[in-house]
Structure formats: C-alpha cells, structure tokens
Design a protein around this ligand. Structure first.
Ligand SMILES: C[S@@+](CC[C@H](N)C(=O)[O-])C[C@H]1O[C@@H](n2cnc3c(N)ncnc32)[C@H](O)[C@@H]1O
Length: 282
C-alpha cells in the first residue's frame, strides 16, 4: 500500500470513530513510525509502505479509533514550544495553561533569583516552562502522584533544568516550609458529575485525580487558599488556573482566605483562565 492510500483509509476509519481531526491525526501517527518522517508523509504520497510499517500504522490507528489522544499514543506533548513526556499518571498539558506561563513571566523582572513553587505539577510543564525563560530562577514542583513526579523529574533532565527544578511527592502544601515569590497551580477543577460527559480523549485517558474538583469543582481551591496565604512571600504572586465560569467564585474563596485578586487573564478562546493573587496591601 502507498502512503496516500494508507492515509485515506485511516482518515475514513478515524472519522467514523468520531475523531474530528482524522486526517491530521493519521498523518502524525504515520510520521511517528520508525523509518517514516513528516516529510515522507507530506511530500511523498506515492511511497510504498513496508509491511511492518503498514501493520504498525494499523495498530496506532486502532488506538486512536478507541479515542486515545495522539499525544498519549506518542507519549509526548509540546507545551510552550518545549517537548514534554507524558504518562498515564499525568494530565496531558493543555495550550490554555500557557496563559499561566505568560502571566507568571510578567509579574517580576527576570532578575534577581526568584523561588517558584508549582502545586499539582503533573509533567512539570508550568514550572519548567517558566524556568526555561528565567535562567536565575529556581523551583519546586509538588504532586500527590508519585508517578507524575517521576515524569516531571525526567522532563527536567531532558530540558537540562534539573539543577534548578526539584520535584517531590506531597499533598498540596503539607510539609512545605518557607515562602515562595511565585506560586503556580493548575488544580483539578471539573465538577465530579461532569467528568463522564467530557470527550472520551479526556474522560478515559486523563487521570481522574487531575480532573476531579469535587461536587462543585472547587474543592482544590478551598484547600489551596490557606496554603497560598501561608507560602506566598510578602511581595509574592500566585498564578492559578480556573475552569470556564469559575472566576467569581474562586476569587471569592481566595479573598475570603485573606488574599487579593490582582489580575484576570483570558486564554486564546476568551475564557477567563487565570487569576493572579497577592497579599493585601498593608
Ligand atoms: C489539572 S492537573 C495539572 C497538571 C500540570 N500542572 C498541568 O498544568 O498540566 C492537576 C494535578 O494536581 C495533582 N493533584 C491532585 N490533588 C493533589 C493534591 N492533594 N496534592 C498535590 N497534587 C495534587 C494531580 O495529580 C495533577 O497532576
């Protein structure tokens, strides 16, 4: 079979399975196979596929037809133009979360050294993206999932940031001492009853503990509010992610705990995705 036939057949199969980006996904999967490449797939439609490439492609298309995301099949996701390994224990990082990185970078001058904390670090994508832009800053990432912490550490090594980025397993702020200039957090915020109705790519493949925010989606924010107050340096900033329509309630939870909501930021779809918090002016 030639490239074009294989792509057309896979595209039909994925479209029938409800995959919206069927042609693109078929191309990405074919290009990922050993011996293939993006240019072979795009520029050489008449190329004859070896039998082992054809059967490897069939296996990948089977997985995608069961709605496993391409990023999970490949085990990688690009975030902030960096390459992150992902695993079953980590959230698949979302482009929306880049809003937090943008907001974080505008809070301080690049120098001097700042201490950064990332609560619920997953792949480490938020912390590592910020540190990649700020060579003097150092950081700590915390996650309750030990396997996620191992993935974050591996990502720090690959990105050559392990000297400045450390990771440990923990339950939010338990056991943490000292203060931090910048605290990042993208906590789970989906109301429990809504998870089953999400797309299969999310509901069946992202870890539940990365999604489930309890009955109203806000449990983690209630836990985080006193933690942020305690751990934030006097002039520090917390930059947290929000679900759609949650900004007013979350700002209320944070202000009731004694923090001040300083700034809201929208993601590229116009959703208020990020809240910047600080201590009240004395
Ligand atoms: C929405 S994911 C965010 C992951 C990553 N920061 C990102 O933006 O892609 C939330 C993360 O919080 C972690 N988490 C959930 N409950 C936690 C807790 N009590 N303490 C620490 N981390 C927790 C989950 O394991 C998950 O990795």
């Amino acid at each position: 079979m030639i490239v074009e036939e294989a792509l057309s057949r896979a595209t039909r199969r994925l479209a029938e399975a409800g995959v919206e980006t069927a042609r693109l996904d078929a191309r990405l999967l074919l290009a990922s196979i050993d011996g293939m490449s993006a240019s072979a797939v795009l520029l050489d439609p008449g190329r004859v596929l070896a039998a082992d490439v054809e059967s490897a492609f069939d296996r990948l298309v089977d997985r995608r037809a069961r709605r496993e995301p391409v990023s999970r099949i490949l085990g990688r996701r690009e975030f902030w133009s960096l390459d992150f390994a992902i695993s079953l224990a980590t959230l698949d990082p979302r482009p929306d979360s880049e809003t937090l990185v943008e907001a974080a970078l505008t809070q301080f001058e690049p120098e001097p050294r700042r201490r950064v904390l990332d609560l619920g670090t997953g792949t480490g994508c938020l912390l590592l993206s910020v540190l990649s832009e700020r060579p003097k800053w150092v950081g700590l990432g915390i996650d309750i999932a030990e396997e996620a912490v191992a993935v974050a550490r591996a990502n720090a090594r690959t990105l050559e940031l392990s000297e400045r980025a450390h990771f440990q397993t923990g339950d939010w702020d338990k056991g943490l001492v000292g203060t931090f200039d910048l605290i990042l957090s993208n906590p789970p915020y989906i109301p429990s009853s809504e998870i089953a109705g999400l797309s299969p790519e999310v509901a069946s493949f992202d870890p539940l503990r990365a999604l489930d925010g309890g009955a109203d989606g806000l449990d983690a924010y209630r836990a985080l509010a006193p933690a942020l107050l305690r751990l934030l340096a006097p002039q520090g900033r917390a930059v947290i992610e929000l679900g759609k329509g949650q900004v007013a309630e979350i700002a209320g939870i944070m202000e009731a705990a004694g923090l001040r909501a300083l700034e809201r930021r929208q993601d590229l779809a116009g959703v208020e995705r990020c809240l910047v918090l600080g201590h009240p002016v004395p």
